[in-house]
Design a protein. Structure first.
Length: 396
């Protein structure tokens, strides 16, 4: 059995030994200036800068129909740019075979439309600036980046990707081609690091990775910007880009999105579900009935009667959020209830008195109560009806 033995300069040794079974095994050393040890360490757990790239987490639900505008729908962290056509957006189970994926994000055109100058359809993820400082952008040591992903569509042809630094308004675009209809294909695009554009070290959006599925002349009328430069709208998208919205037969699936340092696409980093879920909670959380795969009513926060008809109580977030969230409550009058000694009453007002990155103080009120509450006594809230929820949104 062949082996290579490396001696330490003082004591200890490392032995590299060939396997004792037939066959060939290859150890590929990284093409970088770093050592093998540091490169391997950097890739453990967090080499993929994209959150939820395997489309497993979908707190908002698994399907949304009649979509005509921008927003986050279904799959967490995947922002949909929409100003053209009508769409059903879903967390799909159609995935490339043998790659370890269970879900993809699907855009399905339900009302077609012709391009206007400002039209766009696309998918993006926005990355926090403080998570990108190791890219060393704005210096001579700026790191190259490689994005890879799996796509499937009936619409063959040219598509555009864009890396966009928001802080300095700089971008670079590249194209990829879907060659075969209704077939999963893996795409890989590498871009050099930007030695000029600086990504601010804060919790704001430092970079956006965009995939353009349709674009009007405002975005396509110039020369495609294939090197880093100040972002000019007309130079962002290829003039050959498809219009995914031109037929109700059109759809687009994507999964396995990975953004990593270096010039090569390595195998997708399959992180544990709980890790990916916790990362999504930094940007979006919700409390309520039949959420996150758990059916039925749910107990809400404990509280205390402030007066005979008002209750105050805190909600502690499951994890710290990126920033103090925007709070919304789609249903109030029948969806929320507070319980007190011997009685339960639906609330008719919900508000917050303050909110931070780890908690909020809630205010519940019922204009007329019989019997009334007793100031100073404890109570608890409840979400008895489907659709009742409180949303905490700190998305980029």
């Amino acid at each position: 059995m062949a082996s290579i033995k490396l001696k330490g300069d003082t004591s200890g040794e490392l032995t590299i030994q060939a396997p004792s079974v037939a066959g060939t095994n290859t150890l590929n050393l990284p093409a970088s200036s770093g050592t093998l040890a540091t490169t391997a360490q950097a890739s453990i757990g967090m080499k993929n800068l994209i959150i939820n790239g395997d489309m497993r987490v979908a707190q908002r639900g698994t399907s949304a129909s009649g979509i005509t505008t921008y927003g986050y729908y279904t799959v967490d962290k995947m922002f949909t740019n929409l100003s053209l056509g009508t769409w059903t957006i879903s967390q799909d189970t159609d995935v490339p075979s043998g790659q370890g994926f269970a879900n993809s994000l699907k855009l399905d055109c339900t009302t077609s439309a012709s391009l206007s100058a400002s039209s766009q359809v696309g998918i993006d993820q926005r990355l926090e600036g403080q998570n990108l400082q190791h890219l060393k952008f704005g210096t001579a040591n700026a790191e190259s980046l490689t994005v890879s992903f799996w796509v499937k569509s009936n619409k063959t042809g040219t598509y555009t990707t864009e890396h966009f630094i928001l802080d300095d308004s700089r971008s670079i675009s590249n194209t990829f081609t879907i060659n075969s209809a209704d077939t999963w294909e893996k795409k890989t695009i590498t871009v050099v690091g930007d030695t000029v554009g600086v990504i601010d070290n804060d919790n704001g959006p430092g970079m956006v990775i965009k995939i353009w599925l349709a674009a009007g002349s405002d975005w396509t009328s110039g020369t495609l910007n294939t090197s880093w430069s100040t972002r000019t709208n007309a130079n962002v998208v290829s003039s050959s880009n498809v219009n995914i919205a031109d037929s109700t037969s059109n759809y687009f699936n994507i999964t396995g999105v990975q953004l990593e340092v270096g010039t090569e696409a390595t195998p997708f980093e399959h992180r544990p579900y709980d890790m990916e879920y916790q990362r999504c909670l930094r940007y979006y959380q919700q409390e309520g009935h039949s959420l996150n795969g758990l059916a039925g009513p749910k107990t809400g926060p404990m509280g205390m009667w402030y007066s005979t008809s008002e209750v105050y109580g805190p909600i502690y977030f499951q994890t710290e959020m990126r920033a103090a969230p925007t709070i919304s409550s789609p249903t109030v009058t029948s969806g929320y209830r507070f319980h007190r000694a011997g009685a339960a009453t639906n609330m008719d007002n919900f508000a917050t008195s303050f909110n931070t990155i780890d908690r909020i103080s809630c205010y519940y009120r019922r204009a007329s109560l019989s019997p009334t509450g007793v100031a100073g006594q404890a109570c608890w809230t409840y979400f008895p009806e489907a659709g009742a929820k409180i949303i905490f949104d700190a998305e980029l």
